[in-house]
Design a protein around this ligand. Structure first.
Ligand code: ZN
Length: 328
């Protein structure tokens, strides 16, 4: 299945004005970055740089991972999907990154987490195929999402990472709300997902996904809202704070997971701006999507199906959100 992005639409062409990740995140992640640069310098470009069936811009600047996790002993076989799905979130969190006892720096802050898709959307095709108005045009209410080649569904991945993320944010004192928590048969529709963040007056909102691109395409990217003013969509006030949120999430995700930014979209920055996603177009609060990796690539799938890796992913996303909300 050709699938790139949370709504099956080909993302917009690469951003040209954003600085490369190597510059943008230099202050944030010197250690991880150094490792990545060293890896690049010694010629690690093994995966062939992401040819892409969906017509997405292909980057030649970031074609390999430096990820220490990608070859670690803890990464399970992709044929053994998510055996540790039910492990307690937080059980493998990085030492020294949780708040000290009694320290709740995010008290009073509201974070809305949007786990992409829904594990039982596929049983409700009529409902999720209904068109909804996203301001610029109409789109399907929701989509089923992708899966790894061994059958681990994106919708289970998104819920697992979201729950781990919620645990981490609540430890910091944040109030966390979900758009869905595996507690409804389908959806919600993308317009309702945005509305939940708006009604909560969220200080930050994030939609969790994993991509379904061709094998060989690897790495993560964060999707930022572009400026849209049409119909019910008006993102003009959230473009700047969402970019700030997204850059912090991307930088901390890179550092926490060791994963490289996408080698098939974003021109090596790990950041992509889109104006075709209802969940962003209709948001009135700072919001980004993250595509944590490519489920259709076996090396990325080995990471995505690892509970230990998902904990790192949640840790990185959490630290990005905390950084954004604390303005530090
Ligand atoms: Zn998705």
């Amino acid at each position: 299945m050709s699938y790139v992005g949370p709504d099956f639409d080909p993302p917009q062409p690469r951003r040209s004005r954003r600085r490369p990740l190597t510059v943008a995140f230099a202050a944030l992640v010197p250690g991880a970055l150094l490792g990545w640069l060293v890896y690049e310098a010694v010629g690690g470009s093994g995966d062939g740089g992401g040819s892409d069936q969906a017509g997405v811009a292909t980057s030649s600047t970031a074609s390999a991972f430096s990820s220490p996790a990608s070859d670690s002993a803890s990464a399970p076989s992709p044929t053994d999907p998510a055996t540790d799905d039910d492990k307690q979130p937080g059980s493998s969190s990085t030492p020294g990154t949780s708040a000290p006892a009694g320290s709740t720096p995010l008290r009073g802050k509201v974070v809305v987490i949007d786990p992409g898709h829904n594990p039982t959307n596929f049983e409700h095709t009529a409902e999720i195929n209904r068109k909804v108005n996203i301001g610029t045009n109409s789109k399907e209410c929701d989509t089923t999402g992708t899966s790894t080649n061994s059958g681990y569904p994106e919708a289970r991945f998104t819920l697992d990472v979201s729950r781990r993320l919620a645990t981490l944010l609540e430890k910091q004192g944040a109030t966390v709300k979900f758009t869905q928590d595996g507690d409804r048969p389908w959806g919600p529709c993308v317009d309702e997902r945005a509305e939940i963040g708006n009604k909560a007056n969220a200080d930050a909102a994030i939609s969790i996904h994993a991509d379904g691109a061709a094998a060989g395409n690897r790495g993560f990217h964060v999707i930022l809202p572009g400026s849209v003013h049409a119909g019910a969509a008006d993102t003009r006030k959230i473009v700047a704070p969402s970019a700030e949120l997204g850059e912090r999430v991307a930088g901390n995700f890179l550092r926490a997971t060791g994963s490289a930014p996408s080698n098939y979209i974003g021109d090596g920055t790990g950041l992509v701006t889109r104006t075709d996603l209802g969940g962003l177009n209709l948001s009135t609060v700072p919001k980004v999507f993250i595509e944590c990796g490519n489920m259709r690539d076996s090396k990325d799938a080995a990471l995505l199906t690892s509970g230990a890796w998902r904990q790192k992913a949640a840790q990185g996303i959490s630290e990005g959100i905390v950084s954004f909300l604390r303005g530090s």
